[in-house]
Write a protein that binds this ligand. Structure first.
Ligand SMILES: Cc1ncc(COP(=O)(O)OP(=O)(O)O)c(N)n1
Ligand SMILES: Cc1ncsc1CCOP(=O)(O)O
Ligand SMILES: [Mg+2]
Length: 218
């Protein structure tokens, strides 16, 4: 899923991250509607400040919705829980543990993603430690999470011209502002608000993002 396919195909795909809080049973249908609305490469379960059991329950409810549709289901922050709950991989930030240890835990077949902020150096280290993709951001202001780094889209071009590891762009991305990131070479656009906060619902959000990606590449 993340092993270079995006860039070689010269297309950019959508990567959904769950909203900051939700009821798993209710959100299951919202997620299904979003995934049925258009192309989505991956869904990341991102729940902050909750007990492990809440993460397990959410994974149990949502993982089948993604996997039944051929969409990768990734766990944020925790490689151990990713393995335990049958996820397709994990996304780790700089404070979420050692990437090489996570790689060993996940084995060769699950996806490991790594936050690299605005740093190609961090990205190279992550790739060496076994990351399947690197994530740069936040490219735009976002209300979803406090952010300190603001990379230039050029980092995506420099990265894609020099490595085979796919890159994810994240942070405040919308249909209106995503074109420079797509044209700079982002393999994936990771979004929260643009989809879950879309005024016409999440399905409309997926359609709007995919339309904007297609227009940027036309
Ligand atoms: C695809 C993707 N990129 C970056 C992040 C941010 O991870 P992190 O820096 O660990 O921050 P939290 O998401 O854990 O608050 C991400 N989750 N996904
Ligand atoms: C998790 C995360 N990491 C960097 S920005 C961000 C939030 C992205 O959310 P949104 O798409 O709503 O800006
Ligand atoms: Mg994290």
């Amino acid at each position: 899923m993340f092993s270079g396919a995006g860039r070689r195909e010269e297309r950019c795909r959508l990567y959904l991250i769950t909203p900051p809080s939700f009821d798993p049973e209710t959100f299951r249908d919202t997620l299904a509607a979003a995934l049925d609305a258009g192309d989505v490469a991956a869904v990341q379960l991102r729940l902050k400040g909750v007990e492990d059991d809440a993460m397990r329950r959410a994974a149990e409810a949502l993982r089948p919705v993604a996997q039944e549709r051929g969409v990768a289901f990734l766990m944020n922050d925790r490689a151990d829980l990713a393995v335990e709950t049958g996820c397709d991989g994990a996304h780790l930030g700089r404070e979420d543990g050692d990437l090489a240890a996570a790689r060993r835990l996940l084995g060769p077949d699950r996806t490991l993603g790594a936050t690299c902020h605005d740093s190609r150096h961090l990205a190279m280290e992550a790739a060496e430690a076994g990351a399947d993709y690197v994530a740069f951001g936040a490219f735009f202001p976002t209300g979803t999470k406090p952010t300190r780094h603001r990379p230039d889209p050029e980092i995506l071009t420099l990265w894609t011209e020099t490595t085979e590891i796919p890159c994810v762009a994240i942070g405040g991305i919308t249909p209106q502002n995503c074109a420079p990131l797509v044209r700079a070479g982002a393999d994936f656009l990771a979004v929260v608000s643009a989809v879950w906060g879309h005024p016409d619902g999440a399905a409309a959000g997926v359609r709007a993002m995919n339309r904007a990606i297609a227009e940027a590449l036309a």
